[in-house]
Design a protein around this ligand. Sequence first.
Ligand code: TUI
Length: 318
Amino acid sequence: MEKTMAIMRNNRVCKLLGTDYPLLQGGMAWVANAQLAAAVSNGGGMGIIAAATMPADVLEQEIVKARSLTDRPFGLNIMLMSSTASDALELAAKYKISVVTTGAGVPGKVLHRLKPLGTTVIPVVASVALAKRVEKQGADAVVAEGMEGGGHIGELTTIALVPQVASAIEIPVIAAGGIADGRGVAAAFSLGAEGVQLGTRFLCCEECTVHPNFKREVLNARDRSTAITGQSTGHPVRCLRNKLTVEFEKMEKLHASAEEIERLGTGKLRSAVIDGDVEWGSLMAGQSAGMVNDIRPAAEIISGLFSEAREVLKGIYE
Ligand code: TUI
């Protein structure tokens, strides 16, 4: 690793996370398990286990497994809309997880419970208002996630959100949404971010256990391969287009009830990730899927992102 890279020297995110690179892996539900988190942490980033809807005993096993796979710190993502969020919170406390990210909601409870224990808490935000609120509540940094990202998303794009959040708060901002290569990393730093979070790129790393059919769909994706569904229910989700997203679109056009629409989505992420059902499963992925064209080890992806970012930034100023 080149220790002299300017964006890593005295970088507040590296210091906060205790990592070589200012990079977090996205907390992808059903995907971000111990194996992926350990691979990212071993590669010099911050690997994250997604608690998502995991029952407490399964999550506990993943935490123990990750500890056996890496000596480096790893984190836990708590999806605030999940019914198992409070179990995940207690496990984060029990295992003294060093870094906790939150998503899809307002993380007041998480901050209140974990800050006194010394946990580094990094909420994912999709607005300036929430960024300011969590800073006041003691958050250590925020991930500002644009709607280019996969899964549950907000309204603003990364290019509009990140600089507005960076101007509004003092704590470090980590950019997410649409970043999958060194050009995206360079852009994020230009927008005022001091770190990046990537999800979709890590779907196609060697250590990711997502079903090979899902990986193939990401590799085959183009610029317009994703769609947003669930806007009418207030829970917009970005996925790769397939029979499921077409059915969602039909139902939303017919003004189906929120319950009917939510019912159509139930269990579909699991069937995509575990069973490899690429027709009717929920292929949550971001717009950067069109840039993901190979399957490489996580460590190689991470070092490549930052060496490419360096070349991009050097090239612009030469
Ligand atoms: O959380 C995510 N992405 C996710 S969670 C997830 S699990 C899932 N499974 C089945 C169906 C739906 C979801 C899949 N993808 N990203 C972090 C994120 N958080 N993006 C946007 C937000 C967000 C949005 C609004 C955070 C806070 C928020 O606050 C609302 C408010 O009142 O300000």
